[in-house]
Design a protein around this ligand. Structure first.
Ligand code: SF4
Length: 383
C-alpha cells in the first residue's frame, strides 16, 4: 500500500494530512490509498462540510477502526474566531479569525438579501493576509502583504461562518472574494478554495453565486476566462483615466485601463457573464460629472453593472467621501450613457466597516471588542 503521509506531503499539518486541504478528488484518492471503498470520501466530506464536525469520534457512521486510523493519520483543523463585531443596527457582522501562525483574517456577513432569499446569506471573504496592491484609499493595503492564505484557510472562512449561522436557520448562499487581499495575486489557492466550497457533497455553493473581485490583474482575468467557469467577475476600477488610476491603484502602471478593458471584453466573450465595475467615490478626486460621463462611455458595448461605493474613511488617507447629492448626480449621469448603476448600501459604519480596518485596529490593539457569539445580521466589506 502507498504510504499516505508521503503521497500527501503538501497537505501535512503537524505531521498529519489536513483533510480540509484536499479537493474532492484528492479526498477520494486518499480513501482508496487507505484501503477504503471509493464512496467513503463522500461520507467524510459530509461530516466536515455539512455537519461541520472536526472530531472523528462524532463521525458515527464510520467504523471505530477507520475513525482511529483517520485520527492517527489525518486532522480537521478549524480557524479560531478571534473577534466578532456586530453593527448597532444589527445589519453587519464582522469576523476576525486567527490563523495558527497568529495572522489575522477578516470576513464579513452581509445582510443584503434581495437576490439571495430567506435564510440565505452572503459573505465576503479574504484571500491574503494583508495586500501588496497598495491602493491609496484602502485600509487593507496599508500594512502591506504578509502572506497568501492557503486554500483551506480561504474556504474555512465559509465553513466557520456557516457553523455560526446554522443554529439560526441560515445558510451561506453567496460568497464574494472581496475582503483583504487581491484574489488573483493568490490565484491557484483561490481557485482551489472555489472547488472546495462548490462541491455539491458539502457546502454546495454554486459557481454562479461566487464573485471574484480584482484590482485589475490582466493575465489572471484571461486565465479565469479560459477556465470557462460561470463565476462572477468584479473589477475595482475607481478612475477613468490612467494618470489618476496610476495614483490611486499602482497596479494600473502595469496594466493600464485600455488593457484591463480589453481583458474584460475577452472574459465576457468567453463566459457571457455580466461584469461588475466597482467605483469608490472620493469627493473632488473622481466624482465629477465629466468622470461619470467618461465612465458611462468607457463601458459601452460591455454587459456591466456599475456599483458606486461611498468611501469609508481610512486612517492615514487624506480623502473625503463624496456628498450624497454628488453621488446621486454621478449615478444618473452614468446611467444616461447606458450602464446600470447602483449605489452600495452603507452598513456597519460603527464596526470598522472598510475592508481591512478591523484587522488593522486589532493589530494596533485598538479594535472595539465585543464578545464572540453566533452571528445574526450582515453586510459587506468595502474594496
Ligand atoms: S482595494 Fe483590494 S487590491 Fe487594493 S489594497 Fe485594498 S484589498 Fe488590496
Amino acid at each position: 500500500m502507498v504510504d499516505p503521509l508521503q503521497s500527501y506531503a503538501s497537505h501535512l499539518l503537524d505531521g498529519k494530512i489536513n483533510l480540509k486541504s484536499l479537493l474532492p478528488q484528492e479526498m477520494e484518492q486518499l480513501m482508496l490509498d487507505l484501503g477504503q471503498p471509493r464512496y467513503k470520501w463522500q461520507q467524510v466530506w459530509r461530516w466536515i462540510y455539512v455537519r461541520l464536525v472536526d472530531d472523528f469520534e462524532e463521525m458515527t457512521d464510520l467504523s471505530k477502526d477507520f475513525r482511529r486510523r483517520l485520527s492517527e493519520l489525518t486532522c480537521v483543523p478549524s480557524m479560531a474566531l478571534h473577534l466578532h463585531q456586530q453593527s448597532s443596527a444589527q445589519d453587519t457582522d464582522k469576523f476576525l479569525f486567527k490563523m495558527r501562525d497568529g495572522s489575522l483574517v477578516e470576513s464579513v456577513k452581509m445582510r443584503y438579501l434581495e437576490s439571495v432569499g430567506h435564510g440565505r446569506i452572503a459573505i465576503c471573504i479574504s484571500s491574503q493576509v494583508g495586500c501588496a496592491m497598495a491602493c491609496s484609499f484602502c485600509a487593507s493595503g496599508l500594512a502591506g502583504l504578509q502572506r497568501n492564505l492557503a486554500a483551506w484557510e480561504i474556504a474555512d472562512q465559509v465553513t466557520q461562518i456557516q457553523k455560526a449561522v446554522q443554529p439560526l436557520g441560515q445558510r451561506v448562499a453567496n460568497v464574494v472574494y472581496m475582503g483583504i487581499g487581491e484574489p488573483f495575486h493568490n490565484y491557484d489557492n483561490v481557485m482551489r478554495s472555489v472547488r472546495m466550497i462548490n462541491c455539491g457533497e458539502g457546502l454546495g455553493i454554486g459557481m454562479r453565486h461566487l464573485t471574484i473581485s480584482t484590482s485589475g490583474l490582466v493575465p489572471q482575468i484571461r486565465q479565469l476566462a479560459a477556465e470557462r467557469l460561470p463565476i462572477r467577475l468584479a473589477i475595482s476600477l475607481h478612475a477613468t483615466n490612467d494618470a489618476l488610476r496610476d495614483e490611486m491603484m499602482p497596479v494600473n502602471r502595469k496594466w493600464p485601463i485600455s488593457e484591463l478593458l480589453a481583458a474584460c471584453r475577452e472574459y465576457q466573450q468567453a463566459t457571457e457573464r455580466r461584469i461588475t465595475f466597482e467605483y469608490v467615490l472620493l469627493e473632488g478626486v473622481n466624482d465629477s460629472l465629466a468622470e461619470a460621463e467618461a465612465l458611462g462611455k468607457m463601458l459601452r458595448g460591455l454587459h456591466v453593472l456599475v456599483n458606486l461605493i461611498p468611501w469609508n474613511p481610512v486612517e492615514g488617507a487624506s480623502y473625503q467621501r463624496s456628498r450624497p447629492g454628488r453621488i446621486r448626480a454621478f449615478q444618473e449621469r452614468v446611467e444616461a450613457f447606458g450602464p446600470k448603476c447602483t449605489v452600495r448600501q452603507e452598513k456597519g459604519a460603527d464596526i470598522d466597516a472598510a475592508c481591512g480596518q478591523l484587522r488593522l485596529r486589532d493589530m494596533e490593539g485598538t479594535a472595539r471588542t465585543r464578545p464572540a457569539r453566533a452571528s445574526r445580521k450582515s453586510d459587506q466589506a468595502h474594496k
